[in-house]
Design a binder for this molecule. Structure first.
Ligand code: NDP
Length: 353
């Protein structure tokens, strides 16, 4: 018997889809990914520290709640709890991994079956569809929810890798307000709309110091209105024709950057306490190429407003894999829920019980 629904991906979109599908008695099978080659187990939030903008998790003793909720066998996966107890109160919000383990637990509570494998290929030319895992046997299914997400592009420098989560981030909205960045001059790399948005966000934080935008050409790719916003902001300073040559730190945190001129290769030092990389994202859709309609950047194209249908009837998409605009955990979770509801209604329409 084919599965009723297979969910591919284990970020907020995947787990939300699974929770809703499970509660609709669709008995979902979810492929979690192994980070090889594309799907990150628990999604991009697995690489984030504190998540202060996911509703429902204000500051508090989140760890006690997480440990009491998540099955003991997975506690090893939790990052060290930050020691933010001041004034007799806890001052930390949920961490990325904690939030994802909570979502996973909620899906497991309703008997979602989870497979720790990647989907490397998919046959959606005929129904039932076939999904092909990297290590297991192909699985037949009536519907598919693609929730494989996207990954932030990084510069690819070894020093950048060394300081990830220690001053190097790809999300100012997620990480910018963390204490390690507070009141420090910071650098945003890139000249697109995202880079301007990140710089603007950082520059508008309380007590922000100078925010440098490092742009590799003598012009930005961002829309005119966004360019003007950066140029007009008293705390944003543009550094043209420069790329990052090295991230410098003291072993614990970023202390500066070595910048290389794209005009004459000369090197200069920039004192900053953090680097935010905003040079675009890549959706995890390589295994779908030529099978589902995508835009020129490889993001899946939703076919109808406020629906998660892809170009193939019975295949739905949720989360960042189909959204290069909002890219938030809460919006991903929302579209995951929508995809499960779309699947439920599609199965009813097809008379599949
Ligand atoms: P973009 O592709 O638009 O811009 C990427 C930027 O990064 C460019 O300035 C590019 O330089 C630079 N870059 C790329 N690789 C490197 C590198 N290795 N080293 C240094 N710089 C590099 O991506 P965005 O994420 O900014 O935007 C994605 C889409 O989302 C766009 O369509 C954008 O309009 C949209 N968006 C809209 C927003 C809004 O309207 N408010 C907000 C955010 C995004 P170069 O120009 O030289 O290639």
């Amino acid at each position: 018997m084919p599965e009723k629904v297979v969910v591919i991906g284990s970020g907020p979109a995947g787990w939300s889809a699974a929770i809703y599908a499970a509660r609709a008695n669709l008995n979902p099978l979810l492929f979690e990914g192994t980070a090889q080659p594309e799907m990150i187990p628990l999604g991009q939030l697995a690489y984030t520290t504190e998540v202060e903008n996911y509703p429902g998790f204000p500051f508090g003793n989140v760890r006690e709640f997480v440990e009491s909720s998540v099955d003991k066998s997975r506690h090893y996966n939790l990052p060290p709890a930050p020691d933010h107890k001041k004034d007799g109160k806890y001052h930390y919000a949920v961490q990325g991994v904690e939030l994802m383990e909570l979502m996973k637990q909620q899906a497991l509570n309703f008997d979602t079956r989870v497979v720790g494998d990647d989907i490397v290929d998919i046959d959606i030319s005929n129904r039932p569809f076939k999904v092909i895992p990297g290590n297991g046997d192909p699985v037949e299914t009536h519907t598919i929810i693609i929730a494989t997400g996207a990954r932030a592009n990084y510069l690819g420098l070894p020093s950048e890798e060394e300081y990830k989560n220690k001053g190097v981030s790809a999300c100012a909205v997620c990480d910018g307000a963390l204490p390690i960045f507070r009141r420090k001059p910071l650098a945003v790399i890139g000249g697109g709309d995202s880079a301007v948005e990140e710089a603007n966000y950082l520059a508008n934080l309380k007590d922000a110091a100078t925010i440098y935008m490092v742009v590799r050409r003598d012009q930005m790719r961002a829309s005119k209105i966004m360019q003007q916003r950066a140029l007009d902001h008293p705390k944003i300073k543009l550094l043209w024709n420069r790329v990052v040559d090295e991230v410098v730190g003291d072993g614990n945190l970023v202390t500066g950057l070595k910048l290389k001129s794209t005009k004459d290769d000369s090197i200069s030092d920039l004192n900053v306490g953090g680097m935010f990389v905003a040079i675009g994202h890549t959706p995890n859709t390589a295994f779908l190429r030529g099978k589902v309609e995508m835009n020129e950047k490889g993001y899946i194209v939703w076919q109808k407003p406020f629906r998660t249908d892809t170009s193939v009837d019975g295949v739905f998409a949720s989360g960042d894999v189909a959204d290069d605009y909002y890219r938030q955990a809460i919006t991903s979770a929302g579209t995951g829920c929508m995809a499960a509801l779309d699947v439920e209604r599609w199965l009813v329409d097809q008379g599949i019980e």
